[in-house]
Ligand binder design. Structure first.
Ligand SMILES: [Zn+2]
Length: 424
């Protein structure tokens, strides 16, 4: 049975390429969230032809949702002939990031060259989603009788936090037992690796305050930028060295991310940047810093926050007129699926059988939709596994290797059957 299934997948290679191209040609750029319905319908219409029933869910009133940019998700469900059994769910995000500069080809053409498909979203992650679709179609076309359910969802907004996508659906129970048992997210973590989860993230905005005055007499005012620079100095002298010392048992890739990290994402002080013309002589009365702190499973989020607020309070005590405000923007806890979890074992065994190598278990430095499945859905049998090459995500001239997609389709198909309890 497995030989014939794999031969079927090989024979669907051209379909896999063309479906990926079709997905890439819909430029679902987020923000702002372009063409979500069109992309969700492309996926839904294709799966309906294989007998999947469809549910479309618009995430009304989630960040970014509007009549111009509605957040449309699709969930496709196919029950086996014998109804009872577990549910294996593949979830892919439909959105892509802006192409950015540096492309040598059209980012939305889906050019095929030298065994690769090029374009924004090929690697992250329309290629992975197409791979899951082809793998499940092959199972159905082979007429394999499976107990339980296969689901495939196409969701929005992963690149901006996933609130209108997986988080929204998880709140509705789409990613919880008993509806779903095992989840595979075909994010680009490389064809021969299993991604167990991700580090945590805390985003916050720190604002320092001053008092406006004439710039020729700054001593009559109070510069919020100088207050911020005092805070930045403390980050340099105290927090950054402390973060360097924190190491994790999480197998994060690349290895440089096996410690805590902090990115100072943006600083804005004084006159707004959008002004047109010459600057006016004013002392800055406000300065804002956006911080992106990534933390480890060994760290407690309250301690992570206290490391920052302690420094701010230290300045409030020692520096005259230092006033600040800190505002949480978003926070996600680290998550790491157990290496003995069924989905990890099934996919790892399939990689070994099909690619002939023991897969590396890795952790992603950045978060992805697994956070919502763990936190809201309380479902912990979840991994990321997909054919894209991690380093190419969000880069110019992004591509995916077609051979990797075919191999990953076999891994996905074999793993699904194993999780559904079909003897292969
Ligand atoms: Zn992605």
């Amino acid at each position: 049975m497995i030989k014939s299934l794999f031969a079927r997948i090989d024979s669907k290679r051209e379909e896999l390429v063309s479906f990926t191209q079709e997905l890439v040609r819909i430029p679902t750029i987020n923000p702002p969230g372009e063409d979500y319905l069109k992309c969700a319908e492309l996926l839904g219409n294709r799966l309906a032809k294989s007998g999947f029933s469809l549910l479309y869910e618009r995430a009304k009133n989630t960040p970014g949702d509007s009549e111009r940019y509605p957040r449309h998700n699709v969930i496709a469900r196919k029950e086996g002939k014998t109804q009872s059994g577990p549910c294996v769910h593949f979830n892919g995000h439909l959105d892509v990031v802006v192409p950015g500069n540096g492309w040598t080809i059209d980012p939305f053409e889906g050019l095929v060259n030298d065994g690769k498909i090029y374009g924004r979203g090929t690697c992250d992650m329309k290629g992975g989603l197409a791979t899951a679709v082809i793998a499940m179609e092959a199972i159905l076309e082979e007429g394999i009788d499976f107990p339980g359910v296969i689901e495939i969802s196409g969701t929005v907004d992963e690149e901006t936090g996933g609130y209108g996508g997986v988080a929204f659906l998880a709140e509705k129970g789409v990613f919880s037992k008993p509806r779903v048992d095992h989840v595979i997210i075909p994010e680009p973590l490389n064809v021969d690796r299993v991604c167990l989860g991700h580090r945590g993230a805390w985003w916050a905005e720190v604002e320092t305050f001053g008092r406006i005055a004439h710039g020729s007499m700054p001593f009559l005012g109070d510069s919020a930028i100088r207050h911020m620079s005092a805070f930045l100095e403390l980050l340099e002298s105290q927090l950054f060295p402390a973060l360097e010392k924190k190491h994790t048992r999480m197998p994060v890739v690349p290895e440089g991310a096996r410690k805590s990290s902090l990115n100072l994402q943006a600083v804005h002080g004084g006159e707004a940047e959008s002004y047109d013309g010459l600057p006016s002589p004013c002392v800055a009365d406000s300065c804002r810093l956006i911080m992106d702190r990534r933390f480890l499973i060994e760290e407690d989020i309250e301690e992570v926050k206290a490391e920052v607020t302690d420094l701010l309070d230290e300045l409030a005590d020692s520096r005259s007129n230092f006033r600040y405000q800190i505002r949480d923007i978003m926070e996600f806890l680290p998550t790491m699926t157990d290496a003995d979890a069924p989905v990890v074992k099934a996919v790892s065994a399939s990689i070994l059988n099909i690619l002939g190598k023991t897969p590396e278990h890795v952790i992603s430095p950045g978060t992805y939709d697994q956070k919502h499945i763990a936190r809201i859905g309380h479902l912990h049998d979840c991994i990321a596994y997909g054919p894209g090459i991690l380093d190419l995500a969000h880069q110019p001239d992004e591509y995916i290797v077609i051979d990797d997609m075919v191999a990953a389709a076999k891994v996905m198909a074999a793993s699904t059957l194993k999780l559904l309890g079909v003897n292969i």
